[in-house]
Write a protein of this length. Structure first.
Length: 231
């Protein structure tokens, strides 16, 4: 990072020797272990770890285990394009928060946007109930919230999760991710208290998967199995 970027990101903690490196994590669990070492100041505190399913859960679990913290989920889903389910133009959070990126909706009709939003909302509510059951949502007014995902490409989904936690009363939010694009961090950092990111990368063609030697799509069954230990 340049001196100018470092000045902008004064609330971000990274591992300098991992900057702009690929394949630095064996898998998501390994990434979570590295993050737990970065977050050691939260060991056995009253902080609550919130994982963004699905990929954030295998990262968050070792953080919660090693630091002896409670783990819960902040369910968020992209609103995807009708012709490309990998590309999103908005996001929906567990509390009903919806954000649309107007720059990407060009060419979409209002009906398509409404249908996409409804589909994402239904997915979020289904996952939220499946993962948590009827358990009361954790107190985030009096406890730091550590928000975890397996990486940040654009930052849009993460910002929706942050807004949802704010709506729940969170007064201190820490983001913890193994890898992120520099521009995405510049986008999210001003909205939270601090960001822990082991592997910051810049340039074009950023993909979260490139930080991992073993990358796969995390299924709901794996998420549910991990969460049984905590929720």
């Amino acid at each position: 990072m340049s001196d100018e970027s470092e000045e902008k990101l004064n609330n971000i903690i990274d591992i300098p020797e991992l900057r702009d490196q690929a394949g630095v994590f064996l898998h998501r669990e390994h990434a979570g272990i590295i993050l737990s070492e970065m977050l050691i100041s939260y060991n056995e505190t009253d902080a609550v770890v919130f994982a963004i399913p699905a990929g954030g859960v295998p990262v968050a679990a070792p953080i919660a285990r090693k630091l002896n913290l409670n783990l819960d989920v902040a369910v968020v889903s992209k609103i995807t394009l009708p012709w490309n389910t990998e590309a999103g133009y908005g996001a929906v959070a567990f509390d009903g928060t919806i954000q649309i990126n107007q720059e990407i909706t060009i060419g979409l009709t209002e009906d398509e946007i409404e249908a996409g939003t409804e589909k994402a909302s239904t997915k979020v509510q289904r996952r939220f109930k499946e993962y948590r059951g009827e358990k009361p949502f954790p107190d985030v007014e009096n406890h730091p919230a550590i928000l975890v995902d397996d990486g940040i490409a654009s930052g849009f989904t993460m910002l929706v999760a942050v807004e949802a936690l704010r709506n729940k009363g969170a007064n201190k939010i820490i983001i913890a991710v193994p890898t992120a694009h520099l521009q995405a961090l510049e986008r999210v950092a001003p909205h939270v208290d601090s960001v822990y990111c082991a592997n910051i990368r810049g340039g074009w063609g950023f993909a979260v998967a490139e930080a991992y030697q073993n990358w796969y799509d995390v299924e709901d069954e794996e998420v549910a199995e991990i969460l049984e230990e905590f929720i």
